[in-house]
Design a protein around this ligand. Structure first.
Ligand SMILES: CC(=O)N[C@H]1[C@@H](OP(=O)(O)OP(=O)(O)OC[C@H]2O[C@@H](n3ccc(=O)[nH]c3=O)[C@H](O)[C@@H]2O)O[C@H](CO)[C@@H](O)[C@@H]1O[C@H](C)C(=O)N[C@@H](C)C(=O)N[C@H](CCC(=O)O)C(=O)O
Ligand SMILES: Nc1ncnc2c1ncn2[C@@H]1O[C@H](COP(=O)(O)OP(=O)(O)OP(=O)(O)O)[C@@H](O)[C@H]1O
Length: 484
């Protein structure tokens, strides 16, 4: 593409790529001097040139300008990067039916439900915490919401592969950093807002304002889908230019659940909308998944898929990796692997565990808390486990360069009544839980979900995964079926 197709009054240079990180080689590229939390991209102009930049987009004055390099001074580099990435990749989000999902919990679940259901109507991709997936392509994610260049690039690849729809998770940090500013959403969903990421946002108000930006910027033909039962649900759409559609259980809503039954292996509920009532059955369990399902239904329905068409598909939603994943190796107790890593997520999971665990049986909870992230959550995790669990095993969860033992002790500071042990090694923690479980008990393994890595001091290290370990522990240590 010619530089002149992207900017006015510039030389006719051929541009082959975009560059936001000077460390990565990008031939014939435009380097964008972004200001981050750690660095100011203006510092890396020389390295960017060595790695292929022919054009520098900057907002601060630059010294030592090279005669063969084009310099473009702008007010807001991030805004220009968004515009350029959109155009450079051929406006991919404009050519896709784009669903955006934001909120503290439920983004991946809702985005995956939309992907699975929409795939039955048109080829649909997914971008989020679990993966980047479309057609036969499955890539590991780097961030929940990829950075601007990656995001538009992935969407362009989707369009080239014949994909017509995409469900994208928009994290609060991603929204705040403008990663989705140029995305042409057709529907945007709000799930809920509870304590998380306060290390980054500072206060709940800032966290809320970050999420709200997504809704403030929606185009008029978009539709905003919001949760009326969440205290932030109506506030977040207060300045929307597009129609707002509500969903909920406890308050009157456009898509309202009027009755529900939570069962161990499925959920049955009645959904009322447009003066019609629908009886729904799904393999997804727990009350919070009713919210996730109804949010997804509302969004897809608003975009033309009838509820009657969706009904048979909702019965067998494919397992969402590491979210309420049941481990069943024939053992006479429940094991749930779940990605709960916020106070709200942990409380909701514990409430579900209480609902499925017979009186007289125990909830055995295994959790840690991520190192170098929102440390205020730790004692709250302890308090919640104290309230709901009968036995608590504290273990490591992405300690980064903190000591797992110290993190566990901070969680333990919230535990006052229930017995707990600290077993730093996650494998041993899960094994211990399996060894002490009795018939009818429920083991909940929280925090890592489907992740097959642990962030330790020097970055990501491979990890077998909670699901694999739980299965192995049941086979080896519960049934004594040693394979080694
Ligand atoms: C805190 C945070 O979000 N950081 C993200 C942010 O980094 P930053 O603003 O601090 O950037 P920086 O490192 O200061 O550098 C500034 C600029 O200089 C550039 N640079 C930097 C160094 C260099 O040598 N050369 C160079 O060109 C960088 O590419 C960047 O453009 O911008 C970078 C480029 O887009 C991201 O890679 C980086 O994500 C880091 C890896 C990260 O871990 N982010 C997490 C917290 C995150 O975003 N998570 C959310 C939410 C997850 C959830 O909901 O649970 C997500 O969407 O994944
Ligand atoms: N609607 C919901 N309300 C409260 N908790 C939920 C909800 N949906 C899921 N959870 C809990 O949060 C965990 C993470 O779910 P999910 O991955 O869908 O959320 P997310 O918003 O994508 O989180 P992240 O961006 O951190 O990955 C689940 O494992 C579950 O414990």
């Amino acid at each position: 593409m010619k530089l002149s197709e992207l900017f006015e009054n510039v030389p006719d240079i051929e541009i082959r790529s975009l560059m936001v990180d000077s460390r990565k080689k990008r031939p014939d590229s435009i380097f964008f001097c972004e200001k981050g939390m750690m660095f100011d991209g203006h510092r890396f102009v020389e390295q960017a040139i060595q790695n292929g930049a022919k054009v520098i987009v900057h907002s601060e004055p630059l010294e030592n300008k090279h005669p063969d390099i084009t310099y473009i001074k702008v007010k807001d580099v991030n805004a220009v990067l968004n515009k350029v990435a959109d155009a450079f990749y051929g406006y991919p989000s404009h050519n896709l039916l784009m669903f955006g999902v934001t909120g503290t919990n439920g983004k991946s679940s809702i985005a995956c439900i939309i992907r699975d259901v929409m795939n039955q109507f048109m080829p649909t991709g997914y971008i989020g915490t679990i993966a980047i997936e479309y057609g036969n392509v499955k890539l590991p994610p780097l961030l929940t919401t990829p950075d601007i260049d990656d995001l538009h690039g992935i969407l362009a690849d989707m369009v080239s592969a014949g994909i017509r729809c995409c469900a994208l998770e928009a994290s609060s940090i991603g929204i705040e950093q403008g990663r989705v500013d140029a995305i042409d959403f057709d529907a945007a969903i709000f799930t809920n807002l509870t304590h998380d990421h306060l290390d980054y946002h500072g206060t709940m108000e800032n966290y809320f304002q970050a999420k709200k930006k997504l809704f403030d910027h929606l185009k008029e033909s978009c539709v905003a889908i919001t949760n009326v039962d969440d205290p932030y649900g109506m506030k977040i759409v207060a300045d929307c230019k597009c129609p707002v559609v509500t969903y909920g259980i406890d308050h009157p809503a456009d898509y309202q659940v009027t009755r529900y039954q939570l069962l161990k292996d499925r959920t049955i509920f009645t959904l009322r909308c447009n003066n019609m009532e629908y009886e729904l059955e799904t393999n997804l369990v727990a009350r919070f998944n009713i919210y996730n399902l109804v949010a997804a239904i509302a969004a897809m329905n608003q975009k033309g898929i009838s509820i009657t068409q969706m009904l048979p598909l909702l019965k067998h939603i494919p397992q969402i990796a590491g979210r309420m994943e049941r481990i069943d190796e024939g053992q006479p107790f429940n094991i749930l692997v779940d990605f709960a890593h916020t106070p709200d997520g942990i409380e909701k999971l514990c409430q579900y565990a209480s609902a499925i665990t017979p009186k007289g049986n125990r909830i055995i909870a295994i959790t840690g808390s991520a190192g170098k992230r929102d440390t205020a959550k730790r004692p709250i995790f302890g308090q919640l486990l104290d309230k709901y669990a009968d036995m608590i095993i504290l273990t490591e969860d992405d300690p980064r360069n903190e000591k797992p033992l110290d993190i566990c002790k901070e969680i333990a500071s919230g535990i006052h009544e229930k017995p707990y042990v600290i077993i730093e090694d996650r494998y041993d923690a899960i094994r211990q839980a399996v060894e002490i479980a009795d018939k009818g008990d429920t083991i909940i393994i929280m925090g890592k979900g489907d992740e097959k890595f642990i962030y330790r001091e020097f970055g990501r290290e491979p990890y077998e995964g909670d699901d694999a370990i739980a299965r192995e522990a049941v086979r080896k240590y519960y049934f004594g079926n040693r394979e080694d």
